[in-house]
Design a protein around this ligand. Structure first.
Ligand SMILES: C[S@@+](CC[C@H](N)C(=O)[O-])C[C@H]1O[C@@H](n2cnc3c(N)ncnc32)[C@H](O)[C@@H]1O
Length: 289
């Protein structure tokens, strides 16, 4: 399967037919469940009260269902009407007449908004305790028209995310970069708007299980140090950016050269480093979604 992002707009790819088959797929449910559970772990939420969480690219509510299971409240944003319709349909079919095969995940307990995250998140400042995004962020790295600039869209998205989160909160965004350059671009844009944090790469040596989690917070002195260790690696938590206390670092990964430097991609020296990283990412799989 080629990458869905190469086919055009997400709202066209996730049309009614695709959304319906996505919602019924037990394989998708399993994958989204697993990734969302890991994202919640990385959020390091307080365990004495529920949190109010923004789910960006909430799709059919599979990630929302995990948030609910963990006792949290959520609001989902997605650009696909077809996917959002399945959240409602899932709720309706989840009654006593539903058989195991047509039963869709719950997850309909969250409020929903049809919206393109690349135009910014339309909420009041500090509305949410934390945010997650599962398998959606990489869509912003692609342009579908002459006036769509990935970097501008990423900056608009991250600056609005910065505003709508409480200062005690975090955001964990799992994404599938096609290349190392995409991972660098995403990390640099997050850092540029003021976020601290790091990229946790779980199972860096496995083509199938490898996952990228961008873990963002506000305290540049603290968040990097608190980013948990990656799974599937002997490495303990460390900053990939040479121990700097600012910017975006890498935890895990199979080569420390993958540190996502804050330097501008335009500088000749850094350009070389970026392409070195790109070759390290070539084994990224796309068959997960
Ligand atoms: C692989 S699905 C994941 C869905 C969700 N996490 C779940 O548990 O069902 C990726 C989702 O990202 C959404 N998406 C892609 N680009 C988006 C954008 N620019 N703004 C909002 N949502 C977007 C898609 O519509 C799709 O529903």
């Amino acid at each position: 399967m080629s990458r869905p992002e190469l086919t055009g707009l997400p709202s066209d790819f996730y049309n009614a037919k695709e959304s319906s088959s996505y919602a019924k797929s037990s394989r998708m449910q399993h994958i989204q469940d697993e990734i969302t559970s890991r994202a919640i772990e990385l959020l390091q939420l307080p365990d004495d009260h529920p949190s109010y969480i923004l789910d960006i690219g909430c799709g059919t509510g599979m990630s929302g269902a995990v948030l609910e299971r963990e006792g949290h409240f959520w609001l989902g944003v997605d650009v696909s009407r077809g996917m959002l319709d399945e959240v409602d349909a899932g709720d309706e079919s989840d009654d006593e007449t539903s058989t195991q095969s047509n039963k869709k995940p719950k997850g309909g307990g969250g409020d929903l908004l049809e919206h393109d995250m690349g135009t910014g998140l339309p909420f009041q400042p500090q509305t949410f305790d934390s945010a997650i995004s599962i398998s959606a962020l990489q869509w912003l790295c692609y342009s579908n028209s002459a006036d769509q600039n990935p970097k501008q869209r990423l900056l608009r998205f991250f600056s609005s995310l910065y505003l709508v989160l409480k200062r005690t909160g975090r955001a964990v965004l799992q994404f599938y970069p096609e290349t190392g350059e995409q991972a660098v671009l995403i990390s640099e844009c997050a850092s540029r708007v003021g976020f601290a944090g790091g990229v946790v790469v779980d199972y860096p040596n496995s083509t199938k299980a490898k996952k990228h989690y961008l873990v963002l917070g506000f305290d540049r002195g603290q968040t990097t140090a608190k980013v948990p260790a990656a799974l599937g690696t002997e490495q303990t938590t460390k900053t990939g950016a040479g121990g700097r206390k600012t910017g975006i670092s890498v935890v895990g990964g199979n080569n420390e050269k993958k540190s996502f430097s804050k330097k501008k991609q335009g500088s000749g020296k850094n350009k070389t480093k970026v392409s070195e990283r790109a070759s390290l990412e070539e084994d990224e799989h796309t068959s997960h979604y």
